[in-house]
Design a binder for this molecule. Structure first.
Ligand SMILES: Nc1nc2c(ncn2[C@@H]2O[C@H](COP(=O)(O)OP(=O)(O)OP(=O)(O)O)[C@@H](O)[C@H]2O)c(=O)[nH]1
Ligand SMILES: [Mg+2]
Length: 162
């Protein structure tokens, strides 16, 4: 059985834990409990008749991606940041700083390890506008264009702006 190590990253409060718990438990809580230590989930999925065991790591927001194994050991021991099979980068569509945050992380990752064969998904949430932000198509297109430039893809586009 293949073990797929997935790490969820993003600025504080963008909905990382909510996305993981929705996926693993089909559950959502409006209560905000900041993640203060690593939580690991082990769901299994069957895709094309093949069984994969996922190891999903939900981490507290990290200020930077470790440039090498020395920094990983000293700053983020046991997070497994540099050995993940895939990354999910989460940002809040209503807060452009959170997009800048994952953009910087993505650049640090690319400097730190060869990302050519490492899947990276960008996922967006809408946290701070009661789920009903007034987004112009112009802003939406700019964000999509930025993500495309970055070689990533949107996996979940909130219906409120679709
Ligand atoms: N309106 C709305 N609220 C959301 C959504 N996703 C998460 N939230 C809420 O936003 C708050 C933060 O969500 P978390 O999942 O804890 O965010 P996080 O990124 O894990 O936060 P940290 O662990 O502190 O980095 C919680 O109160 C959630 O209920 C969403 O898609 N829409
Ligand atoms: Mg969290």
């Amino acid at each position: 059985m293949d073990l797929v190590k997935v790490i969820i990253l993003g600025a504080p409060g963008v909905g990382k834990t909510s996305i993981v718990q929705q996926f693993v438990w089909n559950d959502f809580s409006e209560e905000y409990l900041a993640t203060e230590e690593k939580h690991t989930y082990y769901p299994s999925v069957i895709i094309n008749d093949h069984l994969y065991e996922l190891k999903i790591s939900d981490l507290p927001a990290i200020p930077y991606f470790p440039a090498n194994s020395f920094y990983e050991w000293t700053e983020y021991r046991f997070y497994g940041l540099r050995s993940a099979t895939a990354y999910v980068l989460v940002f809040d569509l209503t807060n452009v700083d959170t997009f800048q945050y994952i953009r910087t992380l993505r650049e640090q990752m690319a400097e730190s390890r060869d990302m050519r064969t490492v899947p990276l998904l960008v996922v967006t949430s809408i946290i701070s506008s009661n789920n009903r932000p007034k987004y112009s198509n112009h802003l939406k297109n700019r964000i999509v264009a930025k993500i495309s430039d970055h070689g990533s893809e949107i996996t979940k586009w909130p219906s409120a702006v679709a």
